[in-house]
Design a protein around this ligand. Structure first.
Ligand code: CP
Ligand code: NVA
Length: 304
């Protein structure tokens, strides 16, 4: 039996494969039919498991499945036997008998990997403590819509070296852009991810100096200072205060630089209202592109 086409993390794909998936999403966004089929996933069912809250991921996957002719069912672990200790492996095997793909947002990466190991249908990573690849697909799509090809451009991350930062490192390495991560040293991205990027030829700079990092950037991106599951909010606010994206920081980037944020945002913490609601911000396009990029992913995972 051939193994399912999982979408687990960007580091498992080549840049060309990722662009091919984005091209599917862009074609669908432009209203083109694929292989003459307007409902290419007719009859297909996606199960979505959420161990953490979600607005965008939940709605964009459900709407995306329906627009492609399929449907989706949501499982909250507290209402399933997973919440009472049924193993991930058994859940994966059972769900694979009912549905055509599984999207999981989970607290721990090993749960995602166990799901993928035992599922006989594609598994999609809807965010873990370590990565958020679907968001990065939407982010690259958004950047390229506004600023053209992302290869060799300069993106600056300001803030926590968290799950989004790790997926940005994967994306930079695979899509071939320069990524500068401005982080307080105690919140640097994981060293194993930086080592991987170096081995793979990624252009990654990590520095505590945010002003140097934004100099001449094509895009500044940030994320919440306290991710779901973090329990050290006060410390994080203290060490991240100097990493807020404000008008002065934006002015150090290129004049046509854009601002991105995966949302949800906290105005006055990681970004000022003047920036996130200002003319350089593309956050609503970015949120919309979750739908289009994920339709590309769903089609890639599921279409014949
Ligand atoms: N950006 C993102 O994944 O949003 P949700 O947590 O609302 O799904
Ligand atoms: N880093 C954030 C991303 C939310 C989409 C979190 O994990 O909470």
């Amino acid at each position: 039996m051939t193994s399912p086409k999982h979408f687990l993390d960007l580091d498992r794909f080549s840049g060309q494969e990722l662009h091919d998936i984005l091209d599917i999403g862009t074609s669908l966004k432009q209203g083109e039919s694929l292989n003459g089929e307007s409902k290419p996933l007719a009859g297909k069912m996606l199960a979505m498991i959420f161990e953490k809250p979600s607005t965008r991921t939940r709605v964009s996957f459900e709407v995306g499945m329906r627009q492609l002719g399929g449907d989706a069912v949501v499982l909250e672990p507290s209402g399933t036997q997973l919440g009472r200790g049924e193993t991930v492996a058994d859940t994966a095997r059972v769900l694979s008998r009912y549905v055509d793909a599984i999207m999981i947002r989970t607290t721990r990466e090993d749960i995602l990997l166990e799901m993928a190991e035992y599922a006989t249908v594609p598994v999609i990573n809807g965010l873990t403590d370590r990565t958020h690849p679907c968001q990065l697909m939407a982010d690259v799509m958004t950047f390229e819509e506004h600023r053209g090809g992302i290869k060799d451009k300069v993106i600056t991350w300001s803030g926590d070296g968290n799950n989004m930062a790790t997926s940005w490192i994967h994306a930079a390495t695979r899509f071939g852009f320069e990524l500068r991560l401005a982080c307080p040293e105690i919140l640097n991205p994981p060293q194993d991810v930086l080592d991987w990027a170096e081995r793979e030829g990624g252009k990654i700079v990590v520095t505590p100096d945010v002003e140097a990092a934004v100099d001449g950037a094509d895009c500044i991106v940030t994320d919440t200072w306290v991710s779901m599951g973090d329990d050290d909010g006060t410390t994080r606010h203290n060490v991240l205060r100097g990493y807020q994206v404000d008008d002065r920081l934006m002015s150090l980037a290129k004049p046509d630089a854009i601002f991105m944020h995966c949302l949800p945002a906290h105005r006055g913490d990681e970004v000022t209202a003047s920036v996130i609601d200002g003319p350089q911000s593309v956050i609503w396009d970015e949120a919309e592109n979750r739908l289009h990029a994920q339709k590309g992913i769903l089609y890639w995972c599921l279409a014949k």
